[in-house]
Design a protein around this ligand. Structure first.
Ligand SMILES: Cc1cc2nc3c(=O)[nH]c(=O)nc-3n(C[C@H](O)[C@H](O)[C@H](O)COP(=O)(O)O)c2cc1C
Length: 196
């Protein structure tokens, strides 16, 4: 079981998004006594979501879903594609159960989710709050702060050279675990869930 799972919604490898997610993951692991794991979609050959029951998925898809189900907090990163999150990440969101007809599992419900997007320019910085934010809300997850957007000029190759961005990523990783621990101890935060 991982306490903190980094999800990288890019099929590129190396990936700028992965670099960002890994900084946040490592920072959280350095501060807290936790297990972390990484689900980089470049390394998984996922089936296309088609509404079947959770147990009917196999191979990489089952492996990816098991990682998500066995985790307690999440950092979700995406490259911006056409002003939104990537298509492969959309497919993963379509695969993740939310306690309804597909499965009674609802891994993201009442759990903290730190959101990260990388794009070429700053034109689509609102994709964090306006594209990733609503899907976190749909699952009944808690978005951790305002998330982080990083443009290409803040990277050199796949290394982040903007120190403020690095610090913000480190803070996001730690904040995600802090919120996870509060939720674990809570009565109300841990039972709110989505309205529908
Ligand atoms: C198909 C495609 C669409 C893209 N659309 C956008 C976009 O709308 N806005 C933007 O700022 N960058 C866009 N980009 C650039 C990527 O978001 C950017 O290079 C990102 O940092 C790549 O992350 P990765 O290395 O993790 O895959 C696009 C790239 C591709 C391949």
């Amino acid at each position: 079981m991982s306490n903190l799972l980094g999800i990288v919604g890019s099929v590129s490898n190396p990936s700028k998004t992965r670099t960002a997610v890994e900084i946040a993951l490592q920072s959280a692991a350095g501060e807290f006594d936790i297990e972390t794991d990484l689900l980089h979609l470049a390394e998984y050959d996922l089936e296309t979501a088609d509404g079947r029951k959770l147990e009917q998925y196999s191979g990489d898809t089952a492996r990816a879903l098991e990682l998500i189900i066995s985790s307690k907090a999440y950092l979700i990163g995406t490259p911006v594609y056409r002003g939104s999150y990537s298509g492969v990440l959309k497919n993963l969101f379509d695969l993740i159960p939310r306690g309804k007809w597909q499965s009674n599992q609802a891994p993201l419900e009442n759990r903290p989710v730190g959101l990260i997007a990388t794009g070429a320019t700053d034109h689509h910085y609102l994709s964090v709050s306006q594209e990733l934010g609503p899907i976190a809300s749909f699952f009944g997850a808690y978005q951790v702060g305002g998330g982080i957007y990083i443009n290409a000029s803040q990277f050199e190759e796949d290394r982040i050279v903007d120190k403020k961005v690095v610090q913000r990523l480190q803070n996001l990783g730690k904040s995600t675990i802090e919120l996870s621990q509060y939720i674990d101890k809570s009565t109300f935060l841990s039972s709110l869930g989505p309205q529908f």
